[in-house]
Write a protein that binds this ligand. Structure first.
Ligand code: CAP
Ligand code: MG
Length: 425
């Protein structure tokens, strides 16, 4: 017989191939942590509400809750419970029905420890930080990106012209916004074609490498077509809204990008619907891990700007993207990445030149800085906005205080006079 209590075994020692999940659980009234944790382990592996009488071998696939501390429970899942290389299947198990169980008032996946076998069953990042730096020919400084604002509405010609000004002003990557794909006012292929022309011109004039995070988000076959188009027009990148598109489609596009040798920029629009509530859903750092395992090359990790997500969370996201391993903490499991390339954390959301320095101080310079409104809203225009952003990076890299650097760089000075050092809301 198997019933709920069989999924709790505080004497269990996890095996090498086990996948471990650290849950934060708020049991519902009348349930203890042990009750709730064993139910979570059961429903997320192979149990149900009724006692069952299966053949003995089936028990070998049962998850075991083996550690409970306060509201934190660790559950180990046998490796064979999972289909290798199938992220939807893994998530339907560990992040499936359990969020709706009446036995819990709140349930949050704080972290996952991925075993080597599962990590190695996916494609991994093709480029990662090192590869992206090579593409962009940028050795040490943070990589910069800018998204034209307003988010949507520009005609393709206008969009490409803005791209030209941004590149000319010193920005490395032109980025599409998450809700710009192939609308009638700005068709995908036309925008790509015109932007690539502008890119060529900007590269010639600046002598710097420039590229375009072109948003291919759509139905999967269409994304593959658009990735091919990006390659045909000579681009190095595609951008996918990985959460609204869905993990399965990310896997498909990742495969295609191997043949096309394209880097993937992952936008995380939708993440806050399940990572913002500290007592329910899934932590952003787990999304970073999944994205890295599946093989994106860079992903948004937050920026302490206009959007929720504070220091500790951003640091954890960055760690999961950029480290080769990490130790265990209260809400983080240890992880060895078994050689998986580190990916670039992209800081974004309400940033401007007055507040980017704190991100470098906190995370170092192996990051990308994505600034939309803080460039496009510059009182002297797009070109000046782009110059100001680049100046703020140059100031940091040459260890000159921003204020002092601004004395000799008028675009930076104007931006600082406009927005000061305040975080926008
Ligand atoms: C930034 C941005 C990004 C957000 C998403 C925007 O523009 O393009 O989508 O950064 O958030 O539309 O808001 P601004 P996150 O620079 O004008 O804010 O990076 O946290 O996923
Ligand atoms: Mg955006």
């Amino acid at each position: 017989m198997i019933e709920y209590k069989d999924f709790l075994n505080l004497k269990y020692t996890p095996k090498k191939d086990d996948l471990i999940v650290l849950f934060k659980i708020k049991p519902s009234k009348g349930f203890s942590m042990k009750d709730a944790s064993s139910r979570v382990a059961s429903e997320s592996s192979n149990g149900t509400w009724a006692a069952l009488f299966p053949p003995e071998h089936i028990k070998e696939l049962s998850a075991q809750c083996y550690d409970i501390k306060g509201n934190y429970a660790k559950i180990a899942y046998p490796g064979d419970l999972f289909e290798q290389g199938n992220m939807p299947q893994i998530l339907s198990s560990i992040a499936g029905n359990i969020f709706g169980m009446k036995a819990v008032d709140g349930l949050r996946i704080e972290d996952v420890k991925w075993p080597e076998k599962i990590i190695k069953s996916f494609m991994h990042p093709q480029f990662g930080i090192e590869g992206v730096r090579k593409i962009m020919k940028i050795k040490k400084r943070p990589i910069t990106a800018t998204v034209p604002k307003p988010k949507v509405g520009y005609y393709a010609e206008e969009h490409a012209k803005i791209g030209y000004d941004l590149w000319l002003g010193g920005v490395d990557l032109l980025k599409d916004d998450e809700n710009l794909s192939n609308q009638k006012f700005n068709p995908f292929e036309k925008r790509l074609r015109l932007s690539m022309k502008m890119r060529e011109k900007a590269e010639k004039e600046t002598g710097e490498k420039k590229s375009y995070l072109v948003n291919i988000t759509a139905e999967t076959d269409e994304m593959v077509k658009r990735a091919k188009m990006a390659k045909d027009y000579g681009n190095e990148y595609v951008m996918i809204d990985i959460l609204t598109a869905g993990w399965a489609s990310v896997q498909t596009v990742r495969k295609k990008c191997q043949d096309l040798k394209l880097a993937i920029h992952a936008h995380r629009a939708f993440h806050a619907s399940f990572d913002r509530n500290p007592n329910h859903g899934m932590a952003m750092k787990v999304l970073c891990e999944i994205a890295r395992i599946q093989g994106v090359d860079q992903i948004h990790i937050g920026g302490m700007g206009k959007l929720a997500g504070e220091k500790e969370e951003i640091k954890e996201n960055w760690t999961k993207c950029s480290s080769s391993s990490n130790n265990e903490t209260k809400n983080m499991l240890e992880q060895n990445w078994f050689g998986t390339k580190p990916i670039l954390g992209v800081c974004s959301g309400g940033l401007h030149v007055g507040i980017v320095e704190r991100l470098f101080n906190m995370l170092g310079t192996d990051i990308a800085i994505q600034v939309g409104g803080g460039v496009l809203g510059h009182p002297d225009g797009v070109l000046a906005g782009a110059k100001a952003l680049r100046q703020s990076i140059d100031a940091y890299m040459s260890k000159i205080p921003l204020k002092e650097y601004a004395e000799k760089h008028k675009e930076l000075k104007t931006a600082l006079n406009s927005w000061g050092y305040e975080t926008p809301i």
